[in-house]
Design a binder for this molecule. Structure first.
Ligand code: ADP
Ligand code: MG
Length: 478
């Protein structure tokens, strides 16, 4: 084991799923032809003025409320100045001293336990455009569709201790953004990305070491590789008597290595100052109440109900909270039904796969709540065996969602017989036809019970109640 502890803090960028940009009316859609979603404000034509997208403010507040942040009542916007071809204005609009959300915490689930990651703050900002260096040998190209896209930046405290925790937080962030309907949280399309700040310290030491920041990681695979590489580099450097310098790094996926972008000495001076084009925005009670009302059940809250109130295993609870629609559907069904285990099994083994196969939400299932509860009751009352219910009755129900479940089961001969009279007749026949094996069983080859049960199940076309049948068979074999 290493004698060094890894310390990580993230700066997470979430692209919001608004229709238009942060301070302009241009469309924000993924994959549009280059420079087709960029109007005069995004292009920084003289005389144009930015105006805050109300949705961006609302989404920021919704996220803040979900994680117990303090919402800043008065919001200021600042200019972060730098010169780059994909930034026509020469500055990015962001929030420096007075961010929209302060504090809060996000619970993450890692290796069977919940851990709270403290949030330093969340601020509102806009994205830059994209420079494209690999399409022309002589020129760099620029696509300004992304310029002005609304972002939230979530800055954590240095509370993370491993790549596993980083992965859990990024996964949790995606899940939360989708629960709150503020972003699709899609890492492949760049809607969710992070800068990873990494340092090491000997276990037991309180003081933090110097940190290095790896910029713009847009996949968990790269984030993991970057963390691993950086931790090894810092340990080696420290062990050989060197000192880690605070710096900003780039990660190259091709080599799996980090390289210096800038050090503290040549750090960017962004010359932040309040943007005179944007008046402060006051968050009043009305806006707060509106967003509070939009808060759904949160992933960790639903987990708590599934595991404490409904006594489900952590593993099942985690599966049920994967998506908001599944969590809400499950909570609702469990509230009304009385067999939580049977309900969770049905949802995990049948309904979730159905929604995945049909690429739709579980709430679009054509079967009504009452029908599902009746279906579960049939299993619970042992009128239909679990396997017959899942393999035969469920597909029938999907095709005939309006036919009462019990009628459907009866019509298709799926009700299992616990009628002992009929079973006894079948058992007697089997015993008569297999005298040799019966003798062997009676002389101690008890393993033959499986053979007899197999015969019986076949003879009853799978409809015999296994418990009753087993008991009867043992009695008859003597
Ligand atoms: P700055 O304002 O210079 O960018 P911050 O204090 O805002 O610095 O930190 C930025 C990020 O770096 C935060 O996510 C924070 O958790 C993380 N961080 C700060 N100190 C450390 C450290 N010693 N090791 C790892 N991460 C750190
Ligand atoms: Mg920072």
């Amino acid at each position: 084991m290493s004698k060094y502890e890894t310390i990580i803090g993230l700066e997470i960028h979430v692209q919001l799923s608004t229709k238009s940009k942060a301070f302009a009316s241009d469309d924000v859609k993924f994959g549009g032809a280059p420079n087709t979603q960029t109007g005069v404000i995004s292009l920084a034509h003289p005389g144009t003025l930015p105006k805050l997208n109300k949705k961006q403010l609302e989404y920021a507040i919704r996220l803040g409320l979900a994680i117990d942040s303090k919402i800043n009542p008065k919001n200021y916007f600042d200019r972060k100045n730098y010169n780059y071809p994909d930034l026509p204005k020469g500055y990015q609009i962001t929030q420096d001293k007075e961010p929209i959300c302060i504090g809060g915490e996000i619970p993450i689930y890692v290796k069977g336990e919940w851990k709270k990651i403290r949030i330093h703050h969340i601020h509102i900002e806009e994205d830059a455009g994209k420079s494209i260096h690999d399409q022309n040998p002589n020129f760099s190209l620029v696509d300004l569709n992304r310029a002005g896209t609304p972002l939230l930046e979530i800055v954590t405290e240095p509370d993370l201790r491993s790549a596993d925790e980083v992965e859990a937080l990024m996964g949790g962030m995606r899940q939360l953004a989708r629960y709150l309907d503020i972003s699709d949280g899609n890492m492949q399309e760049g809607s969710l990305r992070c800068d990873v700040n990494i340092s090491i310290r000997p276990f037991g030491q309180e003081e933090f070491g110097n940190r290095c920041e790896v910029k713009n990681l847009n996949s968990m695979k790269f984030a993991r590789k970057a963390i691993q590489y950086e931790v090894n580099r810092q340990i080696k450097l420290t062990e050989s008597g060197g000192e880690v310098q605070q710096q900003t790094l780039n990660f190259d996926p091709a080599t799996g290595k980090t390289s210096t972008l800038r050090t503290k000495e040549n750090a960017n001076d962004y010359r932040y100052f309040p943007d005179p084009d944007l008046p402060p925005v006051v968050v009043n009670k009305e806006i707060l109440e509106k967003q509070k009302a939009k808060l759904p059940v949160l992933p960790w809250e639903a987990f708590e109900v599934f595991s404490k109130k409904y006594q489900l295993s952590d593993d099942k609870a985690i599966q049920l909270i994967s998506e908001k629609s599944t969590a809400e559907f499950s909570l609702n069904l469990m509230e009304k039904g009385n067999s939580n285990k049977a309900i969770s099994n049905l949802i995990i083994q049948k309904l979730k796969p159905w929604s995945q196969e049909n690429s739709c939400s579980i709430s679009e299932l054509p079967i009504s709540e009452n029908q599902l509860l009746d279906f579960i009751e049939l299993i619970d009352n042992q009128l239909v065996s679990n396997s017959i219910a899942y393999e035969r009755l469920f597909p029938l129900l999907l095709e005939n969602p309006k036919t009462p479940v019990k009628e459907l089961a009866e019509r298709n001969d799926l009700i299992q017989s616990s009628d002992t009279g009929e079973l006894e007749k079948l058992i007697d026949e089997i015993i008569a036809q297999n005298q040799g094996k019966v003798k062997a069983y009676q002389n101690g080859k008890k393993g033959l019970l499986g053979f007899f049960m197999g015969q019986l199940m076949r003879a009853s076309k799978g409809q015999a109640d296994p418990k009753v049948a087993n008991k009867l068979m043992i009695e008859k074999l003597g």
